[in-house]
Design a binder for this molecule. Structure first.
Ligand code: CA
Length: 515
């Protein structure tokens, strides 16, 4: 009996030692991801419009990146890049509305194979059923802001769509917490993707924040009144201006949607009077005043959506704290791309211009990442898959196109870090009529080629000196003063297109002019 006890305590001690070792070698990964959340609405980056104390915890207790660029600034494609560590022309998901080929190699599959328990909760937006996940519970397509149906694995192993009641941001947070509390296998490391719909269009706030910011005036960006005169035709020909392209739904001037009785009562109490006052004043308002009203309505609703996301992140971080998970969990925060909060008069994304090229990136990894550190290297969503594998001590497949950020996390200065970045957007014809474009940037200079707009082939080039013209209002392409830089950028662009195996001819659509 005594011997058995000894043996048992030996085994227990050995077992604990084993799991401690595994835990250290394979930390948990919590990937917090939002949709269309820009740095201008995250106080660790820019405190002028909103305070996001829970997101800021990650920057204060971890590392913040100032130049995280996306390869293709649009929802679905960004997610496919993250799944695969490959550009759109390799992973096949060029534009929204396609169905992701989930049979290809993805990082969740590799983590799962290496012993991780994997889960994704919230927005998926890749159409095909998630593969490589022990658990999935995802929105149908974009998903609504209230009462979202969600798809999960049924008892028979097949996907089943189930109804939910409540504000979608809170529903996703509750489900994430429920998975951590009840479904997580404590004997395995986990990789959990906690992915919000918010603050995607049409920016519907949750019940808690419907009246928040009512008495505040949000500052207008410098470029709200941009007339697009300093660039080629594409900037002027888009359809994403606050002035012209916001719908009654965007502006909360249309009725109900899918809100239930109780939700509608709160909603009406928040908007009805304000809307009536606006509509009564409208005949006497100048064009400028109308744009300013729309801007305030839009940005406040966007910020209200962000606020609920921040609350949810706080609840999940608190759960990690209260359950001894903080120390051994790498928490990464990012969004699928940046966004225009009125810059250039716009909402939406897609452009290679700064606001939509950049996305927030913060990481907390206690004992590894130095608290409060900031890195300015060019990093990308192309690097996320490689980074997750590297964190888990898994070999990065040679065919992935990015690079692990782990050395940067560890405060190292890896050799030959990328000095220039390749961007490519394909969705035209498409929403908001943003020209197909590709280009290169090194953070100081940016060269963009616009090549297809409304079924026409075009051949427009823009070059920006971001130090002298950070708002990208004046292209200097063709300016003799920049001829040397222009030539260098063309060479760099060609080199990167070769390196990443970008097809000479756009693979998405037939590029011939339609008759
Ligand atoms: Ca998005």
């Amino acid at each position: 009996m005594k011997q058995t006890k000894h043996l048992l305590s030996f085994l227990l001690a050995f077992g604990l030692f084993q799991s401690a070792l595994t835990a250290q070698q394979q930390p948990n990964i919590l990937f917090i991801f939002t949709d269309d959340h820009c740095e201008q609405a995250l106080s660790a980056y820019d405190p002028s419009r909103i305070s996001t104390p829970n997101m800021d915890r990650l920057a204060n207790e971890g590392m913040r990146f100032t130049r995280c660029y996306v390869t293709n600034s649009i929802c679905g494609p960004s997610r496919a890049v993250i799944q695969t560590g490959k550009y759109s022309h390799i992973n096949g998901f060029f534009r929204n509305g396609l169905s992701f080929n989930g049979d290809q190699q993805t990082f969740p599959k590799l983590l799962q194979k290496a012993g991780y328990q994997t889960a994704v909760v919230g927005k998926w937006h890749l159409e095909s059923t998630p593969q490589g996940f022990n658990h999935y519970d995802v929105l149908v397509g974009q998903g609504p802001y209230y009462n979202p149906p969600m798809i999960t694995r049924g008892y028979d192993g097949e996907p089943v769509t189930l109804p939910n009641t409540g504000y979608t941001t809170d529903v996703i947070t509750d489900k994430t917490l429920a998975w951590l509390k009840t479904d997580r296998d404590p004997d395995k490391p986990f990789m959990l993707m906690f992915q919000h719909k918010a603050p995607h269009r049409d920016w519907k706030p949750g019940p808690k924040y419907l009246n928040w910011l009512d008495d505040v005036t949000i500052p207008e960006p410098e470029t709200l009144w941009d007339d697009y005169s300093g660039r080629t035709q594409s900037a002027a020909r888009q359809a994403m201006e606050i002035k012209t392209h916001m719908t009654a739904r965007d502006l909360k001037l249309e009725p109900r949607g899918n809100l239930n009785e109780e939700q509608w009562t709160h909603w009406n109490a928040a908007y009805k009077e304000k809307n009536e006052a606006y509509l009564a004043a409208l005949p006497n308002m100048t064009e400028k005043e109308i744009i300013q009203w729309k801007y305030q309505r839009y940005v406040k609703d966007y910020l209200r959506c962000v606020k609920s996301v921040d609350d949810g992140i706080g609840r999940v971080l608190d759960y990690l704290d209260e359950n001894g998970l903080t120390e051994n969990t790498v928490v990464i925060y990012s969004s699928d791309q940046g966004w225009y909060l009125g810059e250039h008069g716009w909402f939406d994304k897609r452009w290679m211009y700064e606001e939509s090229l950049k996305t927030p990136l913060m990481v907390r990894w206690p004992g590894v990442v130095k608290a409060g550190s900031v890195r300015d290297e060019i990093v990308s969503n192309l690097d996320f898959a490689e980074t997750f594998l590297s964190i888990a001590n898994i070999k990065i497949p040679d065919d992935m196109q990015g690079r692990s950020l782990e050395p940067l996390f560890r405060g190292r200065n890896p050799e030959n870090w990328r000095e220039a970045f390749y961007y490519h957007y394909y969705e035209n014809p498409g929403g908001h009529n943003v020209s197909r474009q590709y280009g290169v940037t090194d953070g100081r200079y940016k060269l963009i080629h616009f090549y297809h707009l409304e079924n026409e082939e075009i051949d427009d080039w823009e070059l920006f000196d971001l130090e002298k013209d950070p708002n990208e209002l004046h292209s200097v392409y063709g300016d003799p003063q920049y001829s040397k830089i222009q030539k260098q950028k063309h060479t760099q662009l060609n080199r990167l297109r070769k390196k990443y195996e970008v097809p000479e001819v756009d693979p998405v659509f037939n590029r011939r002019r339609r008759s």
